[in-house]
Design a protein around this ligand. Structure first.
Ligand SMILES: [Zn+2]
Length: 67
């Protein structure tokens, strides 16, 4: 009887260890980087020029798009 109980306990421990979300998520670090939003003309009239605020392109007057 005691052998069967030992096997059951081992099986339960293995199940807990392998299914534990804490062990799996320990490698993922939450980065608190500030995402800088930039806007750019969809036609890229000014090539790589970006704007920090929403608005319109001074060249073609189209709405700037989020990058
Ligand atoms: Zn433009």
């Amino acid at each position: 009887m005691s052998i069967k109980i030992n096997f059951l306990i081992k099986a339960i421990v293995v199940l807990i260890l392998t299914s534990s979300p804490l062990l799996q998520s320990c490698s993922t670090s939450s980065s608190s980087e500030i995402v800088e939003v930039k806007y750019q003309c969809p036609m890229q009239c000014e090539e790589d020029k970006t704007y920090i605020e929403e608005g319109i392109c001074p060249v073609c007057k189209m709405n700037l798009e989020k990058l």
